[in-house]
Structures are given as structure tokens and as C-alpha cells.
Design a protein around this ligand. Structure first.
Ligand code: MRU
Length: 386
């Protein structure tokens, strides 16, 4: 099953951009390519992930973003580094440089470890070519794996939406649609294909369930406004943009049936670290009796950590992302402007932690699990052995 789209892929550049893929391997040219998400929605351009420096910059500058996609890109970055120098020392240096690009996403460390294991697997006597080839093959396997995982999250999330829709229709036969609220972008742009939180939405839409999505703008970077709205528009999924400050109001007025979000890091006790503002959505959802699910690939579970509020490192980014906004001006040019007075000090915490007690369930590629240490134990055991 493939995602619906309303417009054709942009055929510009050295090779065409496929629809609904944030990162893909161009087998003809032998390079991984990715959409430059820092330009969306006003420009659709792809970048080549051809060398370590370029991949590291793309992750740091959030040209490539979203937890699973960061891991996939880093895997291709490590493979590109090994093509230049496949020595164990160069491999360790490249992995450390990629790991330092964004501290929050646990899938970054997971993907790099997978590539390094694959390289080690070719044996100590293997030549540079075999080591580099093993790295590239593993990066491609990680891409395929994460896409399959997101498709499975969609399958496991769909019955939740179907149940909520059946309940809503039983209460009100005239209810026009099921209202989902999402925060940030946890769609295919963040994952390769499908997405995490948006995968059940796409599945529901394809199955004919009338779904409408409230899209939090997601200040300061605006991933909801610039990316989620773009994705949902391409797939013709009805949606309405909200300034972040409006989420509490629509939840209080009964305009939301379920919140679906992604997660960059989920602790073994079910605390969810996601884009800044997620915690406030979860608080308002709980206060109004609205279910709140995190959609999470098991690659982003952190079995080492228990207390997310105490233990998860929170990325702090350049204050300019808060003080400045970028958009399309009336004259058709893309411009960046400053909002507060010059010299205003700004904080830029990029993530927050939603404690497990506010999370209704964790939807994974293996099914839905309670957000608690006991609830997640079987899943962690499964990940450990398999
Ligand atoms: O800073 P970003 O844009 O990389 O943050 C992305 C998110 O917070 C997503 O919700 C997250 O990665 C969820 S998994 C698709």
C-alpha cells in the first residue's frame, strides 16, 4: 500500500525526487539523497548525502530532521566516511562526529551502532572496500527497516482510530469526522516514509475513515506549519493549523478526539521526550479526558533511562530560531525577519518530557503497550533478544 499524493514529484535536479520519501538511495548514482526540509514548504530541493561533513551539517541544520530520519541519514553519513577512509580510527572519528550533531534522538546512536556492528562483522582482515560496502549495505537495510516499522505502526494505530470513530458515531450519528491533534512533524518527512504519529492517520484516510487533523504550528521552528501541513495537504487529508497556544482551548471545547505524537526518546518507564510543547498538549489532554498516544519505533526506546525528566538530555538550539521567522513574502521571495526588539535574549529548548502518567499508550511496530515499566518490559525484552 502506498501513500496518496496530489501532485507529481519534482523532476528537477540530477535525479527525480520520489513522492512521499524524505530520504532515498539513488542506485543509478550510488548516493543517498534527501529532501532539504529547511526549504519546505516554499521550495522542494534535494541534497546529496555524499560525504561526512555534508551529512553532519544537514542533520545539525535540520535539513534532515525527525528522530528516525536522523538515524538513517547518519548511517549513510558513516558509510560515506568509510568510502574515503575505512580505517577503524577514521570510522570511530566519523561516528563520534555524527553522534554529536543532535543529542536527543536515540535512533542516531542506534543506527550508528548497527552500521559499526555490520562493519565489524566483515572480519579483521577485510579490506577497505569490503568495510565500506558493508556500511552502505547496512545503511540501506536501516532505511528499509524504518519504513517497514512505520507501516506497522500505522497498522497498529488504525484500530485505535476506528474504535474512537465508532464511539463518536454512536454518541452522535451526525459527527462529521474524527478529530486528531498532532504536534510537530511525525510524518514521512521525519522517518523516510509513512511517519510515526501520522501513519495511523494516513491508514485511516486510505480506509475511508473521515479524519481531520488539528496541526499545532510548533514554534519555534514551525514543523507543524511548514511540514505537517504540507504533508497532509499533498495527501488530501483535511487539516487545520493552530497556533500552539490554541491547543488547550480546542481540547477543552471537545474538538479533539485523540492526540497522536511521535517521540525522540522513550524511557523504559514510558516517559516520552518529544518536540517542545508536547508536554503542555498532554496536560491539557489529560485535564479534558482526551486519549494521548505516542507512536514510537522500538529503535527510539532507551532501555538505560527510567526517569525522563531527570535523565533525558534536552537539546538547546540557537536563540535565533526563536527571535527570527522565515516565510514567503508578498513579493514571492523567501525572507527571514526578526520579531522581538534587537538584543532580546531568548531561550530555545528544543524538546520536553511528557511523564508516562499522561500517556494513554505507546503504539509501536509490535502493537500498543501501556506507558509504564511493567507495560514496556515485554517490548524491551523482545528488542534485547531480537
Ligand atoms: O527537531 P525535530 O524536527 O527533529 O523534532 C522532531 C520531533 O519532535 C518529532 O515529533 C519526532 O522526531 C518524532 S518521531 C517521527
Amino acid at each position: 500500500m502506498s501513500l496518496p499524493t496530489t501532485d507529481a514529484a519534482d523532476p528537477s535536479g540530477p535525479s527525480a525526487i520520489p513522492p512521499n520519501a524524505a530520504l532515498w538511495f539513488d542506485a543509478g548514482r550510488g548516493v543517498a539523497r534527501a529532501l532539504d526540509q529547511s526549504l519546505l514548504p516554499h521550495e522542494t530541493r534535494a541534497l546529496d548525502l555524499v560525504d561526512l561533513a555534508r551529512v553532519a551539517e544537514a542533520i545539525r541544520a535540520m535539513r534532515v530532521r525527525g528522530a528516525p530520519l536522523i538515524g538513517i541519514a547518519a548511517a549513510f553519513g558513516l558509510a560515506a566516511a568509510l568510502r574515503v577512509d575505512a580505517s577503524p580510527e577514521a570510522e570511530a572519528r566519523a561516528a563520534a562526529a555524527l553522534l554529536a550533531t543532535r543529542p536527543g534522538a536515540v535512533s542516531l546512536a542506534w543506527a550508528l551502532a548497527r552500521v559499526r556492528r555490520a562493519v565489524a562483522g566483515v572480519g579483521p582482515g577485510a579490506g577497505a572496500e569490503a568495510r565500506a560496502a558493508a556500511a552502505l549495505a547496512e545503511a540501506r537495510a536501516i532505511l528499509a527497516h524504518e519504513i517497514a516499522v512505520c507501516a506497522a505502526i500505522g497498522e497498529h494505530g488504525l484500530p485505535i482510530l476506528e474504535r474512537l470513530w465508532a464511539g463518536k458515531r454512536a454518541r452522535d450519528a451526525k459527527a462529521p469526522h474524527l478529530d486528531v491533534l498532532t504536534h510537530c512533524n511525525a510524518g514521512w518527512l521525519a522517518t523516510g516514509e509513512w511517519g510515526t504519529a501520522l501513519a495511523p492517520v494516513y491508514r485511516a484516510h486510505a480506509a475511508g475513515l473521515p479524519v481531520h487533523v488539528w496541526v499545532d504550528e510548533t514554534r519555534p521552528r514551525g514543523q507543524g506549519a511548514s511540514l505537517t501541513a504540507w504533508e497532509l495537504g499533498r495527501a488530501s487529508v483535511p487539516h487545520t493549523l493552530l497556533a500552539d497556544t490554541m491547543a488547550g482551548h480546542v481540547l477543552q471545547r471537545g474538538k479533539v478526539d485523540v492526540c497522536l505524537v511521535g517521540s525522540d526518546r522513550t524511557t523504559r518507564s514510558g516517559d516520552v521526550c518529544n518536540k517542545i510543547g508536547t508536554y503542555l498538549v498532554a496536560l491539557a489532554a489529560r485535564d479534558n479526558g482526551v486519549p494521548f498516544y505516542a507512536c514510537v519505533p522500538t529503535s527510539s526506546l532507551d532501555a538505560e533511562l527510567s526517569d525522563g525528566v531527570l535523565d533525558i538530555p534536552i537539546e538547546e538550539r540557537d536563540a535565533r530560531e526563536v527571535t527570527h521567522v522565515r516565510g514567503l513574502a508578498e513579493d514571492g521571495t523567501v525572507r527571514t525577519v526578526r520579531v522581538p526588539p534587537a538584543g532580546t535574549r531568548a531561550a530555545n529548548f528544543a524538546f520536553d518530557v511528557t511523564p508516562a502518567r499522561l500517556v494513554t499508550g505507546i503504539v509501536t511496530e509490535h502493537g500498543m503497550y501501556p506507558a509504564s515499566a511493567e507495560g514496556l518490559a515485554p517490548l524491551l525484552e523482545r528488542a534485547r533478544v531480537g
